[in-house]
Design a protein. Sequence first.
Length: 362
Amino acid sequence: MDFYISKEEVVKSLNKTISVVEKRHTKPILSNVLIEVDESSLKLTTTDQDSEISTRSIISNFKSGGKTTAPARKLYDLCRLLPDLTEIHIFLDGYNLKIETELGKYNIPTLPSEDFPLLEPDEVKSQINISSKNLNTIILNTYFVIEIQGRKDYLNGLYLSIDDKTITAVAADGHRMAIDSATLNEAVSENIDGIVPKKAIIAIGKLVGEESENAVIKLGRTTISVNISGTTFVSNLIGRKFPDYEQVIPSGESSTLVVDRKMFSESISRVSVLCGDDYKGIKFLTKENSLIISAINKGGEENLVCEYKGEEIEIGFNVYYLQQILSTINSDKVVIDFFGSKSCIITDPNSNSLKYVVMAFI
């Protein structure tokens, strides 16, 4: 292995692949990046054995090909600290990766590429083409609801369901649920679904959020892969069936409240300051064209003017849940449908697909 590459090319690739590398591993090889060189490109791959990301970059001068592995973060930190426009000479000398520039020479130990654990490919059941913007949007609108280290492992990921020309994302944590959907560029022949682990869906969101091209998603029964702009991310799926989320969505008659989103968010934030330090619980009391927001411990309250006609309802919520939801809504107004004093649905009046179900806690 012997080649030349610009600092910008190698840093861009390492920056994309570094996301799945954990700082501490029982297996040293998992801290390494797999380096593969051919006549036209450099391919870098990292994995944590549950997910894998690889990307290709253009080399400036090819001497010989080959492959090896080297510590990913050490290589990344070294290359990014070099001056801009630096041409880097990289070659393998025995068990050491040699890096040379006009400024100096550096030596990084390697491990055999044969020991690098690549994920086994899964039979593709459905291939999806979607704009990176649409995919990133539904991820950002839902992933934060995913339960963290809960006993119900099917809630530890984002549920994706593909039906004809629609992809739907659902996340839940037992207290709230987020649902959003987007249109695909092409219809799929076979409907399919799967649960993507939270760590993987965050990595996918970061990947598509940095690009403007369309993303190609290949969904199998046990894995998902996302390819965009020469970078491919692969992850195992959570091997469980997601519950019928539509049964959890409240239905029937509701009392609807429409309020200014910014005023509402600022009000609940102020009132929550007076709540207990351990639990930020607030209480709503709805009246005609009025919403009274108060701290559970009666430390303070505010009265907001709103659009509301319906029965008077007293209901309590976790402020943290509401603030996260409001941060995803871009409209000036927010719509809240109350179903008695047990739950509500929060929606964006400018979106037909985005909705949040929030359970009351008192």
